[in-house]
Design a protein around this ligand. Structure first.
Ligand code: ZN
Length: 356
């Protein structure tokens, strides 16, 4: 209904890249764990930006780099390569990596990424997490020994899955229905025809009570007819990690257009106003920003801004170019994906990282 996971992105002409001022370039000889530039193997900046965000997702990295998990994943090609890359990024001696294998294995199972065209970072993020989830599920089925998680649940669903609830009301007979839907990425609209708004404005629009009219009317099972329908969307289960996708790409007549609205976001996000009253609790729905994918206007180029839980500093990642950035510069008018965590990430517990 409101969950639109597929957004087509036009191929945009290249322009010179913008740089972050007042940011310091990281000296390549001083490798910081989890701060690693990624080589661009031909329009793969969308992959690099997504990989940087996942590399900063501490509970995911901790789980996947756990020695037991690594052994189990040896039979899963995608997961194994992804985990190998994470290991290089966190424990490797080099300040950069070339995710060639990651790209080729991804292309082999997801043919839509098998070209040198610019792709949508949001679609890739979803596909990568789905593949990882399927790989891990297969391992759970094979082993049947994981105690804390059921067979269908993996670290991916545990961290990233949330649930929405929809309450519909037939405007004719007042018949109400209730349904739920799980989500991994929440695609939220940007209010039209404005230059600047806040992330909360976008969320308010997403969770706004709407009335479906005309062709959108729903079939009321009591009336037996399509009727005007009121729909109220709430957050039934806030996820551990909230991934927000700003719907910047829309249509104007026949043309695909990109909304250039500057969406202001802050380090903290409180979802309490949108959480279903049955589960409301402030501590349960307050989030902290830890990663941003930036889609540069008219460039078809993606970069990432990620918080490193070990150094407790932010970095900007533009393929191989890595800069440390001040917290105040994390704001970007071109934010495309925002990753928030409910828990503040602690220093990662990764085998081999202890001595650093
Ligand atoms: Zn009705």
């Amino acid at each position: 209904m409101v969950l639109d996971a597929s957004v087509t992105v036009p191929a945009l002409p290249q322009q010179s890249s913008s740089s972050y001022q007042a940011a310091s370039l990281i000296n390549p000889s001083t490798q910081r764990p989890g701060v690693c530039g990624l080589n661009n193997s031909g329009n793969s900046c969308y992959l690099n930006a997504v990989l940087q965000c996942l590399c900063s997702t501490v509970p995911l990295v901790e789980h996947l780099l756990n020695q037991e998990t690594r052994k189990e994943l040896a039979s899963c090609r995608v997961a194994e390569i992804f985990v190998g890359l994470l290991e290089d990024m966190w424990l490797g001696r080099s300040s950069s990596c070339a995710p060639v294998e990651a790209k080729s294995v991804l292309c082999s199972i997801l043919p839509q990424f098998n070209n040198y065209l610019q792709q949508d970072a949001q679609e890739l993020l979803l596909s990568l997490l789905n593949t990882l989830h399927d790989n891990l599920k297969k391992v759970h089925c094979d082993n049947r020994k994981s105690k804390s998680l059921s067979v269908d649940s993996t670290i991916v669903s545990h961290l990233f899955e949330g649930q929405l609830s929809y309450r519909t009301l037939c405007m004719h007979c007042n018949y109400q229905t209730h349904s739920t839907q799980t989500f991994t990425v929440l695609s939220i609209p940007i209010p039209p025809a404005i230059i600047k708004c806040s992330l909360e404005d976008c969320l308010s629009l997403f969770f706004e009570r709407t009335v479906l009219t005309g062709g959108e009317q729903m079939l009321c099972s009591v009336c037996g007819l399509r009727r005007e329908t009121g729909v109220l969307t709430c957050l039934e289960k806030p996820p551990e990690i909230l991934m927000l996708h700003l719907k910047r790409f829309g249509r104007k007549g026949k043309n695909q257009v990109k909304l250039r609205t500057n969406v202001a976001f802050s380090m903290k996000l409180d979802l309490t106003p949108f959480v279903s009253s049955s589960v409301q609790s402030t501590s349960y729905s307050s989030y902290r920003l830890y990663a941003v994918v930036v889609s540069h206007l008219n460039m078809g180029h993606y970069t990432a801004l990620c918080h490193n839980a070990l150094s407790q500093t932010w970095h900007s990642f533009d393929d191989l170019v890595v800069r440390e950035v001040q917290d105040s510069l994390v704001q970007s008018p071109n934010a495309y994906l925002l990753l928030y965590s409910r828990k503040r990430f602690q220093k990662p517990k990764i085998h081999g990282l202890g001595a650093l």
